[in-house]
Write a protein that binds this ligand. Structure first.
Ligand code: TMP
Length: 218
């Protein structure tokens, strides 16, 4: 008997406004999947370690100004430079848990005047599509209770409100096409959020068997 196709990993995204707890929860999910015997790794965008990531970092820290459309394309390019690595990991059976992806790309850029959702989506079209998008939802008011926003460019109350609304609109828009968004109430104890996410993560890892890796927005 020949062995069937190797079981691929799941591609799970965490999205949300700043201070929603994504990074903490994404790392906790990786740990719990590993403890359950799955291969899993943490990834984040922007990846500030690459040359393109350095440019993005300078922009976010307000040390350089970059045109809005130009920086949008840099964020997208920063994902494309990781594309083959993501596919290889998934094919090799590693679940990739990713802190922000193209949905952040669209939600942040399309919250600026003059940039449409459609224009913002185009450069990311064709990237590996997620098997699940965990949207950690928290009001900007509650997010800010977790501490004032810092010095980075987008950490402004009004802008974050617009970003949250744009995220919710993207989720609504995707409902018809069956994209697997899951809204998580992020204004709770870390432990109870973790429990909910662990259950979802475990079932997604089981569900991808035999399912091809999708292609984003195409
Ligand atoms: P971070 O705090 O998760 O490192 O993200 C840095 C900021 O970059 C955050 O405010 C969201 C923003 N961002 C974009 O504007 N476009 C993108 O494509 C991504 C991934 C993040």
């Amino acid at each position: 008997a020949t062995a069937g196709p190797a079981k691929r990993g799941a591609f799970i995204l965490f999205e949300g406004v700043d201070r929603c707890g994504k990074t903490t929860q994404a790392n906790l999910l990786v740990e719990s999947l590993k403890q359950a015997g799955h291969d899993a790794c943490f990834m984040r965008f922007p990846d500030r370690t690459t040359p393109i990531g350095h440019m993005i970092n300078g922009f976010l820290r307000n040390t350089t100004d970059i045109d809005d459309r130009c920086v949008h394309l840099l964020f997208s390019a920063n994902r494309w430079e990781a594309e083959s690595k993501i596919r290889e990991l998934l094919k090799a059976g590693t679940t990739v848990v990713c802190d922000r992806y193209a949905y952040s790309g669209v939600a942040f850029s399309a919250s600026k005047p003059g940039l449409s959702v459609r224009w913002c989506k185009d450069p990311d079209r064709g990237l590996p599509a997620p098997d699940k998008i965990l949207f950690l939802d928290i009001s900007v008011e509650d997010a800010m209770k977790r501490g004032q926003f810092g010095e980075e460019r987008y950490e402004k109350e009004e802008f974050q409100r617009t970003v949250r609304a744009t995220f919710l609109a993207l989720m609504e828009e995707d409902k018809a096409s069956g994209v697997a968004w899951q809204l998580i109430d992020a204004n709770r104890e870390i432990g109870s959020i973790q429990d909910e996410i662990q259950k979802i993560g475990t079932s997604v890892v089981g569900e991808v068997e035999g399912k091809e890796i999708g292609s984003l927005w195409s």
